[in-house]
Design a binder for this molecule. Structure first.
Ligand SMILES: [Zn+2]
Length: 279
């Protein structure tokens, strides 16, 4: 991971501790991550099925514990013939309501070690997904010419003439100013990169974009293509009052994306039916 990202996460944590000192002081409060992805339990036997486990991960545990199966919570399973896509907010609303209660009021929990009760509160720190699920949760349109949720309308792209695929370029501008990759021409798009990294939108700025969007959930609704906007909806996660204060709200699970890319390449090379798509 780039050091700048690690610094940003550390800065975000410090800022939250400053904003919510009472929450940070209590070591038993939870900091949660939300991980969602689609899978098909029947694999090739039935393609008309999609299951979406919604997992909560406790990021306050040590890194070697928080990814253990027994510390992950399967909060719900969204199951149906199709992927929920943008309608995922409808399914998530009971969970978001519970998380809001956990933040606003807290719940009284018994501490078996100290033999006493305490009020536990919880914060959803970030979501962590692959790229399409990231788009579904954040409400950003993760397809088309402006697919990068950080560069937004300044996303640099090239559309291939024959295959019509879109190639996103110039992302080495996020490297440090003296990074040797910036001077490589052949490895990238033929020019040296001198531009600096773009600044992440804050929660407030995103909310300004999405607050007036009128989203109608449901598969039967026809989309109004005339009003295409790179933001598709006001994410339900904005129901959390602290969501505006988080510097990084939606993370990309790099290992997951690498697995998806590897699956696509192998599927294409071996011409496996249903897995030849090169997204
Ligand atoms: Zn970008």
């Amino acid at each position: 991971m780039e050091w700048s990202v690690i610094r940003l996460i550390a800065h975000s944590g410090r800022r939250l501790n400053g904003l919510y000192p009472n929450f940070g002081k209590e070591p038993q409060n939870l900091i949660l991550g939300l991980a969602i992805d689609g899978m098909n339990p029947y694999d090739t036997l039935s393609t008309q099925h999609s299951s979406w486990p919604v997992l909560l991960v406790i990021y306050k545990l040590s890194p070697w514990l928080c990814m253990k199966q027994k510390y992950m919570m399967l909060s719900m399973m969204i199951s149906g013939p199709r992927q929920p896509r943008n309608d995922i907010d409808v399914y998530l609303s009971p969970l978001v309501e519970d998380l809001r209660n956990l933040w606003d009021e807290g719940v009284v929990v018994f501490d078996a070690f100290r033999k006493e009760t305490f009020e536990m509160r919880a914060m959803l720190f970030c979501t962590i997904n692959d790229f399409p699920a990231n788009g579904n949760l954040s409400g950003y349109s993760a397809k088309g010419h402006h697919a990068c949720p950080i560069c937004e309308e300044n996303t640099s792209y090239i559309q291939l003439k024959h295959g019509r695929k879109i190639v996103y370029s110039r992302h080495h501008r996020f490297l440090t100013p003296n990074h040797p990759y910036r001077r490589l021409k052949k490895g990238f798009n033929g020019i040296q990169e001198h531009n600096i990294a773009l600044i992440l939108l804050t929660g407030e700025q995103v909310y300004q974009w999405v607050q007036h969007l009128n989203t109608v959930f449901g598969k039967t609704q026809k989309k109004d293509k005339s009003k295409s906007c790179i933001w598709k909806k006001r994410s339900i996660l904005f129901d959390h009052s602290y969501w505006f204060d988080l510097d990084i709200r939606h993370c990309i699970d790099v290992m997951h994306v690498e697995k998806n890319v590897c699956d696509s390449v192998i599927g294409k090379l071996l011409n496996i039916q249903g897995k030849t798509r090169m997204a």
